[in-house]
Design a protein around this ligand. Structure first.
Ligand SMILES: NC(=O)c1ccc[n+]([C@@H]2O[C@H](COP(=O)([O-])OP(=O)(O)OC[C@H]3O[C@@H](n4cnc5c(N)ncnc54)[C@H](O)[C@@H]3O)[C@@H](O)[C@H]2O)c1
Ligand SMILES: [Zn+2]
Ligand SMILES: [Zn+2]
Length: 396
């Protein structure tokens, strides 16, 4: 079938993206779902910094590629042998397909799934194939097994989780990356304990999710750090206890004074090395640092092993929040529905597919938390979305 999709042909185009248009909205061919694959109509997709990192070349991938890895949609067609799903089901995508039988999957660490990560690195589905091609029948790559910036996607069964049909799609999409990564980093990776103090550095969709996760998990004090004053202010409104601008002189000393020597748990979601160093140095003796940020592969950090050892610190990476998507996505949705994880507050802008380059320029400037593309909006809906976007923008 022919679908409209946002295709990246070259990384590293100059900014502003609303002028250079790194993503082209094109008609592409989407092939039918094969064994263990599903055709999904995309209803909402979020703009994450990991998409931006492919656009700006910080996270190099194969091109041409249809980007987008945080999305929600409706099942339209099942390929042969698909179990546990029906046409009409609502689903959230997970950006690492889970093979279920590699050595990591069998010990319940699907974030490390060998087959899923290998397929993602090749820009292919778990089957080892692409279902996307251009008008000249040349292959187009999938982004993280999802490629959600499109009207439809064919994905592996293991890339989707069925969700409660009453949840609006624009909220549902957030759970696929921002919420799973941010909340999961707090709960699964850092395993925060009731009453511990936490620092969340980097207030994008992922960091804000971590803030809400730390509050829901019973952290006694959550400190937020960013370079953007509006985001720090918004974090205070959402329940953060202290906000710190990392560019201010003595930011680290200020944090240490407020926490009797440092936080128990430092969490980094900025994706730049200085933010990770700040977070690590802000932890107390015995502190745990968890990082989910993804700087360019060439970047390295300074670390004195003696401090790590003699102060019994830990530094741990967190990918997809160390989640088991089929377990954690429904659990985090249930927390949202009970009012304890108000992730709807992260949705700052709604866009149409043809506004995607504007959206990425806004993300690069730090003027958005989560922007969501919605599809099939009638013209009346489109007007109301745009108004909503203006109102939300004003609130940021
Ligand atoms: N590990 C995973 O599974 C996973 C999943 C999703 C995203 N990510 C990565 O997490 C990071 C965050 O993603 P996002 O979509 O929330 O990004 P974002 O761009 O929306 O937010 C990043 C925030 O970091 C802040 N920041 C930049 N430099 C800083 C500094 N020196 N000190 C403090 N704050 C600083 C920015 O102002 C911004 O608010 C990215 O690196 C992304 O690639 C990782
Ligand atoms: Zn993401
Ligand atoms: Zn596996």
């Amino acid at each position: 079938m022919k679908i409209k999709a946002a295709v990246l042909h070259a990384m590293g185009k100059e900014r502003p993206y609303n002028i250079s248009n790194p993503l082209l909205i094109e008609e592409v061919e989407l092939k039918k779902p094969q064994a263990s694959e599903v055709l999904v109509k995309i209803r909402a997709a979020g703009l994450c910094h990991s998409d931006l990192s492919v656009i700006d070349g910080n996270r190099p991938r194969q091109v041409p590629m249809v980007l987008g890895h945080e999305a929600a949609g409706e099942v339209v067609e099942l390929g042969p042998g698909v179990k546990g799903l029906a046409v009409g089901d609502h689903v959230v995508f997970s950006f690492v397909p889970v093979c279920g039988h590699c050595k990591h999957c069998t010990i319940a660490r699907p974030a490390l799934c060998e087959n899923g990560v290998a397929a993602n690195n090749k820009g292919l589905l778990l089957s080892g194939e692409s279902r996307l091609e251009n008008q000249q029948h040349q292959e187009i790559f999938h982004h993280m097994g999802v490629s959600g910036f499109a009207e439809y996607a064919v994905v592996s069964r293991q890339s989707i989780v069925a969700i409660d049909k009453t949840l609006p799609y624009d909220i549902a999409a957030l759970f696929g990356c921002a919420v799973m990564t941010g909340v999961g980093a707090v709960i699964n990776t850092a395993k925060i304990r009731l009453g511990e103090t936490a620092l969340v550095t980097g207030l994008g969709g992922v960091g804000f999710s971590a803030l809400l996760g730390a509050l829901a998990a019973g952290a006694s004090k959550v400190i937020v750090a960013d370079v953007n004053k509006e985001k720090l202010q918004k974090a205070l409104e959402l329940g953060a206890h202290v906000a710190i601008d990392t560019t201010e002189e003595n930011a680290l000393e200020k944090l240490r004074d407020l926490t009797d020597g440092g936080v128990d748990v430092g969490l980094e979601f900025a994706g730049v090395v200085p933010a990770l160093e700040f977070t690590y140095n802000a932890t107390a003796r015995g502190g745990r640092t968890v990082t989910a940020g993804l700087p360019h592969p060439s970047k390295t950090m300074q670390l004195a092993p003696v401090k790590l050892v003699a102060e019994e610190r830990t530094l741990q990476g967190s990918y997809i929040g160390s989640c088991i998507p089929s377990r954690d996505i429904p659990a985090y949705i249930a927390l949202y529905q009970s009012g304890r994880l108000p992730v709807n507050k992260l949705l700052t802008h709604k866009l149409r597919l043809d506004e995607i380059n504007e959206g990425f320029e806004r993300l690069a400037k730090g003027e958005a938390i989560r922007q969501i593309l919605t599809f099939d909006a009638s013209s009346a809906d489109a007007v109301s979305s745009r108004m909503n976007s203006d109102v939300l923008q004003a609130s940021l």
